[in-house]
Structures are given as C-alpha cells and as structure tokens.
Design a protein around this ligand. Structure first.
Ligand code: NDP
Length: 273
C-alpha cells in the first residue's frame, strides 16, 4: 500500500516540498505519495487528526505551524526541544514524534555542499527566531572557534547564549556590538529578507574569504547578500540547499534511506528563477 506523507502550512501553494520528496521517492524506489495541505488558521490539530485518520505516516511542517506541531507531539527530539519547534513529525499508532531538521540541513549544506567547514571558524548568526534556535546545537557540534548571535531584540540573543553556554564559546549581543569584529561565516537567519529589508549589520563583519549565507531562498540577491557582495565577499549562498537537505533528513528518518540531494537542489534552483 502506498504510504502517505505531506507538508502542512498556510499558505502552502509556494511549497517546493512535494517536488523535492517526489524526486527523492522516485530516485530511491519508495512507494509513497507526498502532498501539500493548507492548514486552516487555528485548525492545525484537526487537520493533522484528519490526515492520520486516513493513514498518514508523517508530515513536514512549515510556517505558521512549527510551534503547533511541537505542542501536538507526544515525544520530542532534543533538537526539537531546543528549537521549541518541529518541522517534521512521524506517526506510529498513538505516538507522534517531533523532530527539527532545519539546523542539521543547514550545516549539511554548508559543510558538504559548499565545502565550508565551521570547525575553528568565527561564526556570526544574525537572528534569534525559530531557524536560529534550530541551528544552535548543530552549529556547536561543529566546534566553531566562536559563535556570536546578534539579534534586534537582544534578550532573545542572550537566551540562545544561555542555551549554548555549557558547550562552547557562544555570545549573544545586539547589532551595535558587532562594530570592529570580523567573521569567517555570516548567516542571515532573520526574516528581514522576506520583506526586502536589511538587518542593521555593519558591512565590516565580512572577513576576507568569508561565506555569506542567506537562509531565505527564492529572493535573488537579497539586501544582506548585496551588502556582503559590496563588501568584497565572493562566496554567497541562499537557503535552497538547506531546504533540500532538511527534506533529505526527514526522508531518511521516515524511510530509512538517505537520498542524494544534488538533482533536487539544481531543480529547485531553476524552479525559483
Ligand atoms: P522567526 O519569525 O522565528 O524569527 C525572525 C527573526 O528575524 C527574529 O530574530 C527577528 O528579530 C528577526 N528580524 C525580523 N525582521 C528584522 C529586521 N528588519 N531587522 C533585524 N532583524 C529582524 O523566523 P524564522 O526563524 O522561522 O525564519 C528566519 C528566516 O529563515 C526566514 O527568512 C525564513 O524564510 C528562513 N528559513 C529558511 C529555511 C530553509 O529551509 N531554507 C527553513 C526555515 C527558515 P526579533 O527577535 O528582534 O523580532
């Protein structure tokens, strides 16, 4: 019998997840279907109940339901707990297991696809929302020399600092504290790019040879990437690779086989142009 999976969000028409998982299923010879569900505002639990009643095996979760998914679960991975949010769920009878693969997907894209190791590097993370929280543990597992988290609301950056303090050299701060500092890798995990805005990061943060990574995707050269480029940064990336890699992690978790991601990254990049 064909196993059923889906992505749930609102709006959901833009989602590339059905395309990505369709490619993975075909490449790995998996008998599964993967659809998109537009969850009604305030109606996440009802929509998931209905999907499970029809035999659904697992879901990806996108905005605005990542917190609802975390609350809905009966078990939560450490990564999901730290992020306080879930982007994947697996159903097994009454058990609902929540995971968060955003951070591991991001690290895999940076280290494997882009060939940029974080070990020993000075890393700057802009933003302290869901994506930044999800990235915290996977970043620290790479043993950067220093991880600085800058956020508009400084208290949220300090919260992340406290979460990671036991494990590494982590520091939370505001944007004005970045003056005079340079970094080997700079991640924009703010949602500013979705509104074509620029977080107030000084152009001086980009060290020579720096990688500037924009988590948003399909937005072309965002104000953040343009700032990095104008500052002389040649290594620019957006979040397409992260999107595909987190999908591959979920696929492997559900199906026990990890798909190759190159073809999907190329296809999604073209689809977004
Ligand atoms: P959240 O809403 O959880 O967090 C938003 C963050 O952006 C907060 O830290 C907020 O600061 C900050 N922010 C918003 N506007 C501005 C601004 N104008 N200037 C400075 N800071 C700003 O969003 P997410 O963490 O879920 O998403 C962040 C980004 O990551 C989005 O672009 C999203 O598309 C992308 N993303 C990409 C994925 C992928 O697979 N490629 C997966 C998940 C997310 P404050 O705390 O002060 O409000």
């Amino acid at each position: 019998m064909t196993d059923r999976y889906a992505v749930i969000g609102n709006p959901i028409g833009f989602s590339k997840s059905p395309l990505i998982h369709g490619m993975f299923a075909q490449a790995c010879g998996q008998d599964m279907e993967y659809t998109a569900i537009e969850g009604p505002p305030g109606g996440f639990a009802g929509a998931v109940d209905a999907f499970r009643a029809l035999g659904g095996k697992g879901l990806n979760i996108t905005a605005p339901f990542k917190l609802d998914a975390f609350a809905y679960a009966t078990e939560r991975s450490e990564r999901a707990q730290l992020a306080g949010a879930a982007n994947a769920m697996k159903f097994d009878g009454e058990r609902v297991v929540a995971e968060n693969f955003d951070g591991v997907g991001l690290v895999r894209d940076v280290t494997h696809n882009l060939g940029c190791q974080l070990q020993g590097k000075r890393v700057l993370l802009l933003g302290a929302g869901g994506a930044a929280r999800g990235a915290l543990l996977p970043f620290l597992a790479q043993a950067p020399a220093e991880l600085v988290i800058a956020n508009r609301t400084v208290a949220r950056a300090l919260e992340l600092q406290a979460m990671g303090a036991a494990q590494a050299n982590v520091r939370g701060c505001g944007y004005s504290d970045l003056a005079g500092q340079t970094f080997d890798v700079v991640f924009n995990a703010t949602s500013a790019s979705l509104r074509a805005e620029l977080p107030p990061v000084p152009a001086s943060v980009f060290a020579p040879g720096c990688l500037a990574y924009e988590l948003a995707y399909g937005k072309g050269l965002t104000p953040f990437l343009r700032l990095a480029q104008n500052a002389g940064t040649r290594r620019l990336a957006d979040g397409v690779g992260m999107l595909v890699e987190q999908a591959a992690e979920a696929f492997a978790w559900w199906r026990g086989v990890r798909p190759d991601t190159r073809a999907a990254i190329e296809r999604i990049t073209i689809a977004l142009v």
